[in-house]
Design a protein around this ligand. Structure first.
Ligand code: XLS
Ligand code: NI
Ligand code: NI
Length: 433
């Protein structure tokens, strides 16, 4: 029985020819390929914050959305949860994600906020028993409240460090209680506005100890999920310490955490960092730290993290190509960290945004699988590096500069350039997208 989305049916797969707005054309959860159903390849999640908590503001104007659950009471938080589970029932996506601040009203004290969180976790847990929607990940909002304006783990005030650590403890407990498969840390305020007032070394050291404490607590409580860091170069901070995958990997090494923490990689953050999404995915996979994705799309002209729903099959296909090559998701999934445009006021807009995004991802995944099965890209790549296949060659060349010198002189080598065949490979790709 739907209340908020009352005139919208449950979305079913009807195939590419359907004229219905509320049907999947490409996302067919049960369709098996590459050994598992599409639902298990994609592992879609709805983000509580954008879909239910975001009021539609921008830097020049406030709330545009009127949701019956907006407000700071426990009753309204429960109404919001009811609406969330209505949407989950309509979409049939297997997962959701949340911050503490999305699901509970802020209390007058830490203790009251924690009580509110615990009550909402129980409420949501009961709804999960009958809905079949599971928790992909939980996280703490350590960036909205003004107490975090100078950072959470990196705040110059030790009381804020402690408050943040205590908050993360409650959010890890909540995530564990709800059977979450991952726990995410995104440090929007873990950076600085100006170096003039910032002790960069101290702040990075504190962030490193904080992350170690998260990992220690995970083991203490026996949380079986994966700890994920979500890199972003800036916004809201002018400079964020977890800039991109490469930067975070160096940070993990520095604090001895590279075997414990993986990456939650967001499309829009990759773009802000001056990378492509597939670059960040390929790098994380190559470093053994690929975990999960926040799927969205940035406006390529604005330079903001616009968090739009994905709408480009070729772009998404390249992302899933890297994910499939890396062996697919284990505990991770495809979280729609995406929000409506602020003029999209209607409940139907929220449903249609997810339906379209799920179809775009399904098309991208299918294209990526077909491309991988076709094998021409991988064959061309293998051929390009074929010279390195011989261990004899590797032994000689990796021995040292002198050995390379001897090799070049003895064989009188005169390497000839070979075509990188980029356009031909792009043509191969375009056969599938
Ligand atoms: C903001 C981030 C945020 C994280 C969760 O840019 O993407 O939404 O995913 O805190
Ligand atoms: Ni983001
Ligand atoms: Ni995100």
């Amino acid at each position: 029985m739907t209340v908020y989305f009352h005139d919208i049916p449950e979305i079913r797969f009807e195939g590419p020819e359907t004229a219905s707005e509320f049907a999947f054309r490409h996302y067919n959860p049960d369709q098996v390929f590459m050994g598992k159903p599409m639902e298990e390849h994609l592992r879609f999640a709805v983000a509580w914050w954008h879909s239910f908590a975001w009021p539609g503001g921008d830097p020049f104007g406030g709330q545009t959305f009127e949701r019956p659950w907006f407000g700071d009471t426990m009753d309204l938080a429960k109404l919001k949860a009811d609406a969330a589970f209505e949407l989950f029932g309509i979409l049939g996506q297997p997962f959701f994600c949340f911050h503490d601040a999305d699901i509970r009203p802020e209390g007058a004290s830490f203790a009251e906020s924690t009580r509110n969180l615990e009550e909402m976790v129980d409420y949501i847990g009961t709804k999960m028993e009958t809905s079949g929607t599971r928790l992909l990940w939980g996280t703490a909002n350590l960036f909205t409240h003004r107490r975090f304006m100078a950072g959470a783990a990196t705040n110059p005030d030790p009381d804020v460090f402690a408050y943040s650590a205590a908050t993360v403890k409650t959010c890890m407990d909540a995530t564990q209680k709800l059977g979450g498969q991952n726990y995410v840390l995104w440090g929007g305020r873990e950076g600085y506005e100006t170096l003039l007032n910032t002790d960069l070394k101290k702040e990075r050291d504190h962030a490193g100890r904080f992350l170690q404490m998260v990992v220690e607590y995970k083991h203490k409580i026996g949380f079986e999920g994966t700890i994920l860091v979500e890199p972003k170069p800036q916004e809201p901070s002018k400079h964020q310490y977890d800039y991109d995958v490469g930067t975070v990997f160096g940070f993990l090494k520095e604090f001895g955490l590279e075997g414990e923490v993986k990456m939650n990689i967001e499309q829009g953050h990759a773009i802000l960092a001056g990378h492509s999404f597939e670059h960040e995915l390929a790098l994380a996979a190559s470093l053994g730290i690929f975990g999960s994705i926040d799927m969205n799309r940035n406006d390529y002209q604005s330079g903001w993290d616009t968090d739009q729903f994905p709408n480009s099959v070729p772009e998404v296909a390249l992302a899933y190509y890297e994910i499939l090559k890396a062996g697919g998701f284990t505990t991770g999934g495809t979280n729609f960290d995406a929000k409506l445009r602020r003029q999209s006021l209607d409940p139907a807009d929220l449903v249609a945004a997810h339906v379209g995004a799920m179809d775009v991802c399904a098309r991208g995944l299918k294209a990526a699988a077909a491309l991988l099965e076709d094998g021409s890209l991988e064959a061309a790549r293998a051929e390009r590096y074929a010279g390195w296949e011989s261990s004899e060659t590797r032994n000689v060349l990796f021995e040292g500069l002198q050995s390379c010198f001897d090799h070049v002189v003895a064989n009188n080598t005169n390497p000839q350039p070979k075509s990188g065949r980029q356009e031909r490979l792009e043509n191969s790709l375009n056969r599938f997208v």
